[in-house]
Every structure is written in C-alpha cells, then in structure tokens.
Design a protein. Sequence first.
Length: 271
Amino acid sequence: MRIVIKDTKKETGIWTADYIWKKIEAFGPTADKPFVMGLPTGSSPMPVYEEWIRRYKAGEISFKNVVTFNMDEYVNIPEDHPESYYSFMYDNLFNHIDIPKENINILDGNAPDLEKVCRDYETKIKAYGGIELFLGGIGPDGHIAFNEPGSSLVSRTRVKTLSYDTILANSRFFDGDMSKVPTQALTVGVGTVMDAKEVVIIITGFNKARAVREVIEGGVSHMWTISMLQLHEHAVISLDEPATMELQVESVKYFKDIEEIAGDKIPNHNE
C-alpha cells in the first residue's frame, strides 16, 4: 500500500483529487472507452468533490467520458429525500459538473426486486470491463461502503441489514430519530471493491485513527473490512495528520520518508 499523509483534511482532499485526475488523464478516456470510477458518499470524499467542482468550473477538467458507480444506497427511501445517497451525489457533485446522466450508476433501493438490482449492478460493472479506480472512505469501525464488521471479505453487491451502531450513527442525519433511519441498504461488496484495478481510500479525522491503525499495522480481518486492502495490488490510503494519531511513530516516519524521497515518481503501491 502507498500511504500519503498531509497536514489537514483540505490538503488531503486536494492531493487525492489531483492524484485521481492524473490517473484519468493518463488513461485518456473517450466516449467509446470511458474511465470507470467507483464513488462514495459521506464526509470523507467532500474535499475531493469540492476540488473537482472547482477545477471543472475553472475549465480545467471534464467528466464527459467518465462513468461512475456509487457504493451504496438506502432501501425504501425516495430518491429526492434529502438524506438519500442519490440526493447527496447530485447535490455535492453531479449537479455541478458535466457528467452525462446516462454515465451515472446508483443502486435503486426502491426497486421491487432488490436482489436483481444487485445482480444487474455487478453485471453492468463487468460489461464496462470493470472499475478502473474505486475511491472510498471508511467508518470509524473500519467498514467500507455498508460492509460492516463481520461482513464477508469476498462479498458482492447485495442487500445488507444495518447494525444498531450504524443506525444510531446515521440518526444524526434524520433529526436524531433512529426510527426514521432505514434499516437496510444496498451496497457493493468488499470483493466488488477489491476487483477494481486501483483503490484509493481517503481517511481524515482523529475518530478514524483506530481504523487506520488496524488497516496499516494490523492483520486482515473481517471485523475491520477495510483491512482487506492489504491484499490489493494497487492500493493508496490518503490521510490527514489527525488520522495517523494511533499509528506507531516509526510507521508515520517511514511513509513520510518514502513520499519525500520519491513522491509521485513511485508506483501505485509501496513495496
């Protein structure tokens, strides 16, 4: 894994946005051969999305030949609900850039056959030749998408019942009322994410420090589903300083030294 540490959340977001865009430029996407990218919701990717929007409005970048697949969506929540992930993505990214609507893929949590939605999602990803790069964030318990502790590390897109802790944590978006929080979601699996040619995870804030320690210094465990990233050939973790607070000093120094010596000349992962 390549570990990149910046001082602040904003700096981490700018570095991540720039890193991914350089990948898109190097790929040279066209209408017939688009760049396929996985995207998350939540607070973690916001600095990335803000930087992309800024660059698009400045005329520096275009999303016309980018195809996106979102990680997850609640079950039985209207698309136009302010807390749906559909609304989140349009409000915070898609409405502000030039990505064609037909290039946007978000799981439909209101479909009559949710299992079919999940199967079709996997099929559509494969039809595009797979995901080139998956951007993700994590929860404080180290889960990616809605693959909570205990999830299979080879899981695919599926219907997932949410844990009490997740429902409680998400209640802050529903007026603090747990009864308003959906109890199920559709989510890509850990295996779906791992199939991407490259995975970039942005993690900021001290509340994620324990999870950072587990994924970087711990072993692979289904209780910390992001730890599966240790087995990915091309994985990047982008951190701000507070997120490193539970790492050993030697670990932080090691990764900072590598970046200082080699910077962006190093490959996608440290060896």
